[in-house]
Design a protein around this ligand. Structure first.
Ligand SMILES: [Zn+2]
Length: 297
């Protein structure tokens, strides 16, 4: 599942291919992957268990899809990526892409084949005849149209500080007084944005902190060590192009290689790389968690 390093790798690989290009055509193949202005909270795609009378979808305009706009930036916060478009009148719009479990945002130059299968939910045609394709086989991801860059910043203010730049003070304020396990706090996007199961386990191992530890019991040196470990593991992973477990590829279709450097994630039952003790596994916050009972306290 794409976490911060994978989304950042997509941003870095996509930016030089699309920046300054105009969106000359856009198509939304599945309406329910898009949250548009006027849609119910959570969007239409989240209404699977809702009432007998599903809300009528608000129409998605060409402007919502950035059609006719120039792409002037790709921004990221946590696991969310936004394409920013600017119209000739100077007004901005944004589309936020959430990749969920299996989402991909792939760029195809003119003449390159677009993957032919049924999981393409939206695409954009650019002024150089290249395309951006949004695929999501498992459909936990989605798109959100925002009417301005200010609306994007308001939307992102619900997220905690970005994990790549997390400081001890921000981590302390997220952890202080909390009786939740620190692993659960790390996964809470409102506390810290961008960390999922892989990088939570890796950062806690690097910091020598047990995933079960109540967040409120961390002391200032723990906050500093954990903040450093989070920044370190996320930036190492960005440098390796992210981790590819199943579907993840960057905008050029290249997988990441950081999965080869995982120290604990996916290694339950194997020896700890630091002390040789067999790594333990348990569910914390419904997520499989791996840690060393000796190195992490
Ligand atoms: Zn160990």
């Amino acid at each position: 599942m794409p976490e911060l390093p994978e989304v950042e790798s997509i941003r870095l690989s996509l930016t030089p291919l699309v920046l300054g290009r105009r969106v000359i055509g856009a198509r939304l193949v599945r309406r329910d992957v898009m949250v548009a202005a006027g849609d119910p909270f959570g969007g239409l795609g989240r209404q699977r268990t809702a009432s007998r009378r599903p809300a009528m979808p608000a129409p998605v305009s060409r402007r919502d899809l950035l059609e006719g706009l120039d792409i002037v930036g790709l921004e990221r916060k946590g696991k969310q990526l936004a394409m920013i478009g600017r119209a000739s009148d100077g007004q901005t719009s944004a589309i936020v892409v959430q990749l969920g479990m299996s989402g991909q945002l792939i760029h195809r130059s003119v003449g390159e084949r677009v993957p032919q299968n049924s999981h393409i939910h939206a695409w954009w045609r650019l002024s150089d005849e290249s395309r951006i394709v949004f695929r999501d086989p498992r459909r936990f991801g989605g798109l959100r149209a925002l009417a301005s860059h200010d609306d994007l910043l308001r939307h992102w203010s619900l997220l905690g500080p970005d994990g790549l730049n997390i400081r001890a003070a921000a981590l302390a304020s997220a952890a202080e007084g909390s009786s939740r396990a620190i692993k659960v706090v790390l996964l809470d996007q409102g506390a810290i944005a961008g960390i999922g199961n892989i990088y939570a386990d890796e950062a806690l191992f690097m910091a020598g902190i047990s995933p079960h530890r109540k967040a409120g019991t961390l002391r200032p040196p723990d906050h500093a060590r954990l903040a450093r470990a989070i920044r370190g593991v996320l930036s190492e992973a960005v440098a390796a192009g992210g981790s590819t477990l199943r579907d993840y590829v960057d905008a050029d279709g290249n997988p990441g290689t950081f999965q080869l450097q995982h120290r604990v994630y996916g290694r339950g039952g194997q020896p700890c790389l630091r002390c040789g003790t067999r790594l333990r596994t348990a569910a914390i916050g419904q997520r499989t968690t791996v840690w060393c009972g000796r190195c992490q306290a």
